[in-house]
Design a protein around this ligand. Structure first.
Ligand code: ACO
Length: 378
């Protein structure tokens, strides 16, 4: 069967069937396995959410305890991975470091027993456990410090902030970060998840699947936008400058980072929750200097581009939350990757259940029966 209509970016073309998450872009609805994101954010936590996404059901108390225990046990990095990281240039982007580290895990655990549930579970646990450690280790190493070892008495979110900032976060900060991880964990077939699916469909190992997704997430049109948002807010600088800046940007047909979405035509429900989290953090630890600029920019963009369905996406307020948690701006996208690993792994597992290699078609626009011209005659 050949479908001849070409749509740039595969817009509107189903590339898979999935029961993991659902988005209604007109009503601003996001559900993980049928549960509204607002409900999960209010009542759940990240590892429980990861389990739900990957295994399809909320875990029982014993299942969750075992899962958390396994993750805690696998958080440490092999010394060879740490040695490899020492050779990375400090000026390199942390997403590139993370992609290299995720791929390097495949060197140690490359057995591709994709029909063995024990292998699948071990890969899920290792990736969820080690990716935060890799992100934090790169941050400390590029500052010339030794990485901090994970602490078994801390939960997933608290341990990451501890390894990153070399001090234990207070429970409120850890809770806010945990909610951020939940919000970013999954989002149907976005670019990085599609990349993960294509890689998974060749039956390669899960470390290659996650490494390919990390590379895709890094781009400024996808996960990289959260870092760009902060640079943009810094460039705008003041509330008074918002409208002149926007006018100039629109005149140059420039994109406003953190706005617009292929699926959402209203404000992304995750942006609403993140804005609320940002306000909670500011109440306790002081207002971010760029928050008022962000709020004014949201208003101005809505006035100018709301008719095109352009509203804040998940990346718009996340950076302001991360800054308050002491996370440097070039780690915003790696933090996104920590969380999205849960979604990528859920899709990897789902793809394996009914795998067929991705091999789409193309519409050829080149020449036929062209002549080879000898080099001296070109
Ligand atoms: N600022 C200004 N105009 C925009 C924006 C924006 N952020 N987003 C879309 N538009 C305009 C486009 O210029 C285009 O206008 P036109 O029809 O008059 O030419 C129209 O809206 C459609 O935009 P596309 O780029 O074709 O929409 P697409 O669905 O392909 O892209 C995307 C979606 C990539 C997210 C886009 O909105 C964008 O580039 N946003 C900024 C980057 C960003 O925030 N990315 C994060 C997305 S969320 C995530 O991946 C985690």
């Amino acid at each position: 069967m050949t479908v001849c209509e070409y749509r740039a970016g595969l817009e509107g073309i189903p590339a898979t069937q999935s029961s993991i998450s659902f988005v209604d872009g007109q009503r601003g609805v996001l559900e993980y396995r049928g549960i509204a994101i607002e409900e999960l954010a209010a009542k759940g936590h990240f590892l429980e959410t990861a389990y739900l996404l990957i295994w399809g059901e909320l875990p029982t108390e014993e299942e969750l305890e075992l899962f958390e225990h396994e993750i805690r046990y696998h958080r440490r990095l092999k010394y060879r991975i740490r040695d490899m990281m020492k050779c990375f240039p400090e000026s390199g982007h942390p997403m590139d470091a993370l992609q290299a580290c995720a791929a390097a895990l495949g060197l140690f655990y490359s057995r591709r027993a994709l029909d063995d549930p024990t292998y699948i579970r071990a890969a899920v646990v290792r990736l969820l456990a080690k990716i935060p450690t890799m992100v934090a280790a790169f941050q400390l190493m590029r500052k010339g410090n030794d990485p901090v070892q994970p602490r078994d008495d801390l939960g997933y979110a608290a341990n990451f902030l501890y390894m990153l900032n070399e001090r234990e976060p207070d429970p409120f900060q850890a809770h806010i970060f945990d909610v951020c991880l939940m919000l970013h964990a999954e989002h149907t077939i976005n670019a990085s998840t599609f990349s993960a699916l294509v890689t998974a469909s060749t039956l390669t190992d899960p470390y290659a699947v996650v490494a390919s997704a990390v590379g895709t997430l890094a781009g400024p049109l996808h996960g990289g936008a959260n870092e760009e948002v902060i640079l943009m807010l810094e460039e705008i600088g003041t509330v008074e400058n918002v409208r002149p800046w926007l006018e100039k940007q629109l005149a140059q047909k420039g994109k406003i980072m953190g706005f617009g979405h292929r699926v959402y035509k209203v404000k992304d429900p995750r942006a609403t929750i993140l804005q609320y989290l940002a306000e909670q953090l500011f109440e306790k630890y002081g207002r971010d200097e760029y928050y008022d600029v962000a709020v004014e920019l949201e208003k101005a963009v809505e006035e100018n581009l709301g008719h095109k369905g352009i509203y804040p996406n998940v990346d718009f307020y996340s950076g302001l939350v991360y800054r308050k948690l002491g996370i440097p701006s070039d780690l915003f996208t790696p933090v996104f990757a920590i969380s999205r690993t849960a979604g990528w792994l859920a899709h990897w597992k789902e793809q394996l259940n009914e795998n067929r290699i991705f091999r789409p078609t193309q519409i050829y626009t080149g020449l036929h029966e062209a002549t080879y011209v000898p080099i001296e005659k070109r």
